[in-house]
Design a binder for this molecule. Structure first.
Ligand code: HMH
Length: 221
């Protein structure tokens, strides 16, 4: 058997928090059809705010790839991510119109603001490309795993939420996540132990912020 890659060993080692982020009660209520639509509205509002910071972060990862990467193909993957974000912004605007939300008036809640500050810390030039691309992979992978779970056979995901679930849950998005994972593993393999430690800390923080984000939308009882 081949040796486990860095990301695989971290997924194994930090399984509990990973599951907490990808099988959150909010996702489970979408899946079983009991979701509270006001929670979905909060998610829509707050995620739009998150995406603004996320787009800036992805831009910074592109800069790092351009400066530091050993493989020019990485830049194209990150550019495709930015293109998809452009599409996502349009989708959020369309959804907000349907649901009587004024996105320009939305105030970021603590979890969103905290997550944005974390992303901003990763945008600093001294943060290594390896650390940033590992975070980018995981941020996308958590959404893919979460929403793909709502599309499985036998789930009762409400029709009006299927489109949202398909945005991140579709197979194409899954292979894009896999491409990011491979880049992260390639970089982690060629990097130092020190960079790898920093990337693992970033990995854990992404999962913590993802759980906090879901908790804001759907508070634990
Ligand atoms: C909070 N995490 C959060 N929002 C998103 N849209 C993604 C990840 C994936 O893009």
């Amino acid at each position: 058997a081949g040796a486990m890659t860095a990301t695989e060993s971290w997924l194994r080692k930090h399984r509990l928090i990973y599951t907490g982020a990808t099988r959150h009660p909010f996702i489970l209520t979408i899946r079983d059809g009991t979701i509270d639509l006001s929670a979905f509205k909060t998610w829509l509002e707050q995620d739009f705010g998150f995406l603004r910071s996320f787009a800036a972060f992805v831009g910074s990862v592109l800069v790092k790839a351009w400066k530091e990467s050993d493989d020019r193909a990485d830049e194209e993957v990150i550019l495709a991510c930015l293109a998809a974000l452009n599409d996502e912004f349009a989708w959020f605007k369309k959804e907000s119109l349907k649901r009587d939300i004024n996105l320009s008036e939305v105030v970021p809640q603590n979890a969103t603001a905290g997550y944005s500050r974390f992303l901003e810390s990763l945008m600093r030039p001294e943060v290594e490309y390896t650390v940033a691309i590992t975070a980018l992979w995981l941020i996308e992978a958590v959404y893919h795993e979460s929403f793909a779970h709502c599309l499985e056979e036998g789930t009762k995901t409400p029709l009006e939420l299927r489109e949202a679930c398909e945005r991140w849950g579709n197979e194409g998005f899954g292979s894009y996540c896999n491409t990011l994972k491979k880049i992260a593993d390639r970089r982690l393999e060629m990097g130092s132990e020190e960079v790898s430690k920093k990337a693992e800390v970033g990995f854990l923080r992404v999962l913590e912020y993802e759980v906090e984000f879901w908790n804001m939308v759907c508070p634990p009882h």
